[in-house]
Design a protein. Structure first.
Length: 61
């Protein structure tokens, strides 16, 4: 697999993580309550940070 193709798949994974972050942030803010809300919010922001770092690294390599 060429380096360009590998970067494409890594960036698609980053975009997918951002999409998961959007869904889990929505769930944690509007649909869930209690302890599950806190866990989903932490997971959502973790997805967001990992996807941001992934796309940042792919952009500058």
């Amino acid at each position: 697999m060429s380096p360009g193709m590998l970067k494409m798949w890594i960036s698609i994974a980053g975009i997918g993580l951002m999409f998961l972050a959007i869904i889990t942030i929505y769930l944690s803010r509007f649909k869930l309550k209690g302890f599950l809300r806190i866990i989903t919010a932490i997971l959502a922001y973790l997805f967001l940070v990992v996807s941001g770092l992934t796309l940042f690294i792919v952009l500058f390599t």
